[in-house]
Design a protein. Sequence first.
Length: 437
Amino acid sequence: MPETPPSHPPQQLIRAIGRWSLTALVVNSVIGSGVFGLPSTVAGLIGKVSPLAVVLAGAGMAVIFACFAEVASRFQQSGGPYLYARAAFGRGMGIQMAWMLFLGQVAAPAANANLFVIYLGEFWPHARDPLPRALILTTLVGVLAFINIRGVRAGTQISNVFTAAKLLPLLAVIGMGLFVLHAHPSGISPCTSAAVTTSQWMKAVLLLVFAYGGFETALAPMGEAKDPGRDAPFALFTALLACTVIYALIQWVVVGVLPDAAHSERPLADVARVAVGSFGAALVAVGALISFYGYLSAKILAMPRVTFALAEQGDFPHAFAAIHPRFRTPYVSILVFAVLVWGFALSGEFKWNVTLSAVARLLYYGVCCAALPVLRRKQPGDARFRLPAGNLFAGTAVLICAALVAQVNFGQSLIVAGTITIALLNWALVARRSTAG
């Protein structure tokens, strides 16, 4: 029989994350590299109507957020998608979702590292040349791996600084863009869009899933939230509304201000350049670089703890639970995660990593949404938040995920299929060891 974690385990961690702190954590987990790189990519796909695509993607993600709100409200402990899938569908599905989570969270910081190199081109045009790019990516990931192996305190102390650095350039770009559009209501050089096909719309929305994704990372430390059952739904809905407003305004000013938004490699910096010149572009670029590095640092700090926890529970090889004898950190998990991020960043461009991360997310989003009706049967009285017409929402969310996954290309399908195969082998080894034991 599958092992189902109890809904109310004994409290072992300090519950210090309040409602608004959790909301901020969701916002910080959602807003990453996508907002700095995706506006031009989405504009290239569907042109002037791209702000509408941002809103529609937000509406589609609201269905998924709503399902997660009820599912998350049932649990008091940490684990996120891995925990939900395991509770609903058993150990095997939990391991599958852990691997999908790992794939998505490797590709996402790799996309951030790619965009760091692109925005560094504002100050050093040769940053994207093959050798400098390889050296920059190696340094970015290597320094953070070294810091995290030596200890976790330094990374946690600067988290508030990175939060402010992430939001300030976005608000500045929105303000500057609105100022330009007020002076030129029809745009400086309005672009004209050809007819947009259904396929282009679907590809644009798939990419935007990356921009709205990442909220599941904030649901992982629920064992340290003051009242996770009550606060998780509030945090999810509030953060989604805030992110949708920010993203829609960013997309609006990018396609309205830039004459050729689709071919801008640094769209937010280019908006600032149009508004106030090179100084504004440089300020936005600096803010973006700090934001990217903060996001990358957070992932290298947090994600190795997932494989460490899985190893401790017997669902991953024991080597991932190894602790450094001096620094008391999970150095094997950190090194493996850092090497994977470095490899994905070096071998794939920003758009490739974004799409791969979005596909992996859609798979575990679909499973976690499908868990809603299952958990209603298994744990009928445990939900602190009950979603009206929850089964209908869950079915709709699964269909949305399936429709978007169908847009993945062959190369990315192979990577996802390979990850699923590895997860199946992982599960088989765990089951065999449990039977032998």
